[in-house]
Write a protein that binds this ligand. Structure first.
Ligand code: SAM
Length: 280
């Protein structure tokens, strides 16, 4: 089943959280000259046209990136992320939204490598075309979870692995834990960043206890909710689970989350959270 299309959701509050965390991790990894790998298991199309029929139909980006874009009060922790959005919109009008691969492309250096996997028959060629002239990048059509076995550990022994499935199949909640277990076995010093939606809180609680049961240490949870938990349909919050986070990440997110929450939930509903699921 491949009915999920990210073009309906690009730039929404969940993307803002995910791409802020992604950008801060890349910024930290870039502090050392040594190269690193960026591996994106569920990469999407790469670029999203915000006035497309898909994006306009939901209007989600207007309540996400649309509220931060060119806000002069945006805290410094958002600068790497917002610089990637600006780079794609040189006219100063918000036309395109960069997915995680384009954010990485903007922030990575010449010595780094990019491995992208996407399964969808429409999104894969779009992604491949974005990277035709980038010799740091390899784009594959296939199953992202397989890459956690095939591509790890990287030659450089440093890297960020972003795992961002659509969760349209319930099995994704288990597949991400199995995938992380496999990836970690091969590359225990890597930074693993897993995105999750909060649709039913119980699913997230179960996923977190499965992750705890792996025995993996240094697991940080970052969450931003725009509404309280609910048993009705729809995503009320989203989060990132980061294994081996750069030492500054928890403090950076604690600093930026209150401001982000104010923009993304002007009525003040929901919450933010930075929590060590498993400490050192
Ligand atoms: N990471 C992207 C970003 O931040 O811009 C968004 C990814 S979107 C949430 C999830 C993507 O995973 C979709 O484009 C979907 O087609 C793709 N997908 C679904 N199952 C997959 C699988 N088993 N392997 C790789 N990609 C898959």
């Amino acid at each position: 089943m491949l009915s999920y299309r990210h073009s309906f959701h690009a730039g929404n509050h969940a993307d803002v959280l995910k791409h802020t965390v992604q950008s801060l991790i890349i910024q930290s990894l870039s502090e050392k000259e040594k190269p690193f790998l960026y591996l994106d298991t569920h990469a999407g199309a790469g670029r999203y046209l915000l006035n497309s029929e898909h994006a306009e139909r939901t209007g989600e980006y207007m309540e996400g990136i649309g509220r931060l874009w060119q806000n002069p009060e945006a805290p410094e922790q958002l600068q790497p992320y917002l610089s990637a959005v600006s780079a794609l919109n040189p006219s100063g009008r918000l036309k395109y939204y960069p997915g995680s691969p384009l954010i990485a492309r903007h922030l990575l250096r010449a010595q780094d490598t990019i491995e992208l996997t996407e399964l969808h028959p429409t999104d894969y060629p779009l992604l491949r075309n974005e990277f035709l002239k980038d010799d740091r990048a390899r784009v594959a059509r296939g199953d992202g979870y397989q890459q956690l076995k095939a591509k790890l550990p990287p030659a450089a022994r440093r890297g960020l692995i972003l795992i961002d499935p659509p969760y349209e199949m319930k099995s994704d909640y288990q597949a991400v834990v199995d995938g992380i277990r496999e990836g970690y076995k091969r590359f225990a010093t890597g930074v693993f960043a897993l995105w999750y939606p909060v649709v039913l809180r119980q699913q997230i609680k179960r996923m977190l206890s499965e992750l705890q049961a792996t025995g993996i240490k240094r697991i940080l949870q970052i969450e931003l909710a725009v509404r309280p938990d609910s048993d009705q349909r729809g995503m009320t919050a989203s989060g990132m689970i980061v294994i081996n986070p750069p030492w500054k990440l928890a403090a950076e997110m604690e600093a930026v989350l209150p401001w982000l929450h104010k923009q993304l939930s002007p009525a003040g509903t929901g919450h933010t959270l930075v929590n060590w699921v498993v400490p050192e």
